[in-house]
Design a protein around this ligand. Structure first.
Ligand code: AMP
Length: 109
């Protein structure tokens, strides 16, 4: 946990946020500033700064993020129409919150 990290505060329920899904390793919630009809964030509970910081020991969490994205897409009925999964990495990659997260973006017509 990083005490200045907004996503750590969400994970620890210091900032009230409705979770669409929660497991031992992850939380899932809607993006506060959606860029598409469906814009959901899949966030590991562990504070990892970005994809640059993942390690082999994080493999299980990273796989769970993908399987969760698949499930959330199905739950939102966008699995057939399609969606994007996106990691922004560091400032030049558009990352604004330095706690690893996957964007699930879809629902376009
Ligand atoms: P990134 O640019 O990849 O770091 O994405 C961070 C995302 O977090 C942005 O799309 C923000 O809209 C979103 N965000 C920031 N604060 C919150 C919050 N409190 N609840 C939900 N989403 C948030």
């Amino acid at each position: 946990m990083d005490k200045n990290c907004i996503f750590c505060k969400i994970v620890n329920k210091e900032i009230e946020t409705e979770f669409l899904f929660e497991s031992e390793n992850l939380v899932v919630f809607k993006d506060i500033n959606p860029q598409a009809p469906v814009h959901i964030l899949i966030v590991p509970k562990q504070h990892i700064r970005s994809i640059n910081d993942i390690e082999k020991k994080d493999s299980e969490i990273l796989a769970e993020m993908l399987f969760t994205a698949k499930k959330i897409a199905l739950d939102h009925n966008i699995n057939k129409t399609g969606y994007k999964l996106q990691y922004n990495v560091e400032k030049g990659g558009g990352q604004e919150i330095f706690h690893l997260h996957m964007h699930l973006i879809g629902g376009f017509r």
